[in-house]
Design a binder for this molecule. Sequence first.
Ligand SMILES: [Zn+2]
Length: 447
Amino acid sequence: MPPNETKPGNHQPCQEHGLDEPDPLTSASSRLRSGILAADKAVFTAMESGIPNIAPKGTRAGDFSSVTYNNTDPDCWWSWNKCTTPKLAGLADDTTECPEANTWGLTLDDGPNCSHNAYYDYLLEQEQKATMFFIGSNVMDWPLEAQRTLGDGHEICVHSKQTSPCPPPPGRPRARGANSPLSLTRAAWSHPYMTALTNEQVFAELYFTKKAIHDITGVSVQCWRPPYGDIDDRVRFIATKLGLRTIGWDQDTNDWEHAELGIATVEANYNAIINKVANGSYATHGTIVLTHEIDNETMTLSEQFLPTIVEKFTGGVMPVGVCHNWTQPYGEGSEYVYPNYAQWVAGTHSISLAQPTAYSSEIPFATAAVVTSAGASGAAASATAAASGSGSSTKKASQATASASSAGASSAASPVATSSSTSAAVAAQAGGLMAVLAMVGAAVVAF
Ligand SMILES: [Zn+2]
């Protein structure tokens, strides 16, 4: 951790960070540099004929002024009227709320951030976990931060495959996209409005971000959030085929716009959401709130308001997967088990690992079954373990075993309950997710 990140609320610019990180282009993600493999192209080809014939809309920068669109909203286009229930048969509704009363689904977009260690330290101190929507090029530029996110027990999802706003450390080349038969240039990967993209471009944004996350962290994520919320049934179909559930939001802090709005306005936005508890807005369900780990201001705002949010949202503040009881959020199934809602409320906030990962420091990442095809190097794993240090949840991961722990466990360091009674419930909940994915014909993507 750079010295200037040693106290909460001080998330210095990226240039200060990353000098001792392994080059992601020569370690875990080297396959990304080699371009698109036949196997990658085959995944797209397999779904191509089924993609609904919906024309791209507007520009990737979000200029829809030239779009002529039917008022009946045939494509369930979120940017048109916030549609979240697809018109196309077989697609699941977008997830925009937590089901339990007075709950706050804590989500942060656009990470991993190269200066987020102080913020993550704060979350660890608070035993607070969140859902993080990652940008693929950020994952490649800042692999240790991505690995820390998983090791700290947060939930990872796909966002898009953006060119990182952070310059790479001196002497290290910037992660780059591959020139390819899918017309995927790095310049084309830019946190776009997804409905503006071609089928291949939509596929590439999602597939290669999912792949980057897998290559560097070892998990196959099963959720994503479209930049700007921009989605329609064509984009949903491609995401679904990649096994990605769509997670939106129902409240927006507009923290990403703080430079234009002013911090006071963003603070007022936070307070307005928090005050909705008092008027009963969340008496029957909870909210999912859009916030970001973009920069010092957005992370400081999150720290600033978290104590009040925890106080007011008496149903709990938690990752989206936890509030929905999606206890096995990754394709690796029981390798990573997160607490369900009841377990979270009872005090279990850590994940349970079927076997130690790099964060245990004893077993190299590459020996984990889930990453045998990813080529994650032992060197990268060792560097991760060394760099994670005492600020990570190493000890928690290494403690996690199949031994039983009651759902009422109050220690945050305890593994998720795996007693016979709760394991059945966990399996049922995981089965529910898989059933949804199977229903819509989600592909099992093998990297
Ligand atoms: Zn974003």
